[in-house]
Design a protein around this ligand. Structure first.
Ligand code: AMP
Ligand code: TRP
Length: 327
């Protein structure tokens, strides 16, 4: 029987933090290894052009993210790992979807508003149409499932709206994709646990390739609260709760179990113990990534073959889409 298709992407905009890992990448690997899905994972390089960037740095950013994918456990033999821009059909479909996308719905996108505020000197149209390109990435491959963090839910809702609208105008063509969230879909910033951990605020990020000393010093400096009891209470104790969630996400233990494990510790001891855990957890990853980056030919060849496979299914789908709209 044909397996349901699963698609997700990450932008090559900076180093991956533990939010990207616990909200997305770790789940990509688990879902791939479950054997239940036909998986497509890609590097969203076209999306990344909506932020200020230096062309000279882009190739290294792409290679670095591909190394993250492979070192974390994505396997080119099991999943199609590719670069968005290597499949021109996604921008082609994005245009078609733009012609049915409601302006009002795009205007309401939280990410558009946030990013427009953050880069007022560069509020480009791509930032606005970003979610239609994302919908195209998903619908093009007939994806039924999309593993993402919770900041992408609004975009996914639009993908469903567009699928429904296209189907009702032009005949059954697309699936309405569903999200797959992890138990930690929103990891908070270490320096401000009221805000989501985000590449755009590197100060609060714990990067997954950080060296052990850096991990220790960042966790030591993480904002907590004025009490001293280790307890899960995201409203009143956002910092401590975030650390318990990180521990739970990495270890696979429930929050209650993690809480019990830390019982009786003061905040300093909790931080020390979490920092050791995080740095051990990513040790193999760090080594594997460093080795991979020395063999960029291996990474490039994985991307080439993944891109060729993705393109093949995209071409077939695009032919059907064009026929449906009379082109
Ligand atoms: P991006 O770096 O924006 O391409 O995000 C890559 C993936 O990481 C997406 O699925 C996001 O939803 C997810 N993600 C980003 N930040 C966080 C966070 N703080 N907590 C959980 N997931 C996140
Ligand atoms: N917008 C996503 C993010 O910032 C990246 C992305 C682009 C994506 N296309 C996608 C995620 C398709 C899932 C499916 O994280």
């Amino acid at each position: 029987m044909k397996k349901p298709i699963l698609v997700s992407g990450i932008q090559p905009t900076g180093r991956l933090h533990i939010g990207n890992y616990l909200g997305a990448l770790k789940n990509f690997v688990d879902l791939q290894n479950s054997g239940k899905y036909d998986c497509y994972f890609f590097i969203a390089d076209y999306h990344s052009l909506t932020e200020n960037f230096n062309p000279a740095e882009k190739p290294a950013q792409i290679l670095n993210l591909a190394a993250d994918f492979l070192a974390a456990g994505l396997d080119p033999k099991k999943s199609k790992i590719f670069i968005q821009s290597a499949v021109p059909q996604s921008t082609e479909l994005a245009w078609i979807l733009e012609t049915i996308a409601p302006m009002g719905e795009l205007k309401r996108m939280t990410q558009f508003k946030d990013k427009s505020d953050a880069q007022q000197e560069n509020v480009n149209v791509g930032l606005f149409t970003y979610p239609t390109l994302m919908a195209a990435d998903i619908l093009l491959y007939d994806a039924q499932f999309v593993p993402v963090g919770d900041d992408q839910l609004q975009h996914l809702e639009l993908a469903r709206t567009l699928a429904r609208k296209f189907n009702s105008h032009f005949g059954r063509t697309f699936f309405e994709p569903k999200e797959i969230l992890t138990a930690t879909p929103r990891v908070m910033s270490l320096d401000d646990p009221e805000k989501k951990m985000s590449k755009s605020r590197p100060g609060g990020c714990l990067f997954i390739d950080d060296e052990p000393e850096v991990i220790k010093s960042k966790i030591r400096g993480a904002v907590t609260d004025s009490e001293s009891v280790v307890k899960y209470d995201p409203k009143r104790k956002a910092g401590i709760s975030n650390m318990l969630e990180i521990m739970s996400g990495l270890s696979g233990k429930s929050i209650a179990e993690v809480e019990r494990g830390f019982a009786g510790m003061n905040y300093g001891e909790l931080k020390h113990s979490l920092a050791d855990y995080v740095s051990d957890y990513f040790e193999k990853f760090r080594k594997k990534k460093a080795t991979l980056l020395k063999k960029s030919a291996v990474i490039k060849s994985a991307l080439r073959s993944g891109s060729a496979k993705a393109k093949k299914s995209a071409e077939k789908k695009m032919a059907d889409i064009k026929k449906k709209i009379g082109l």
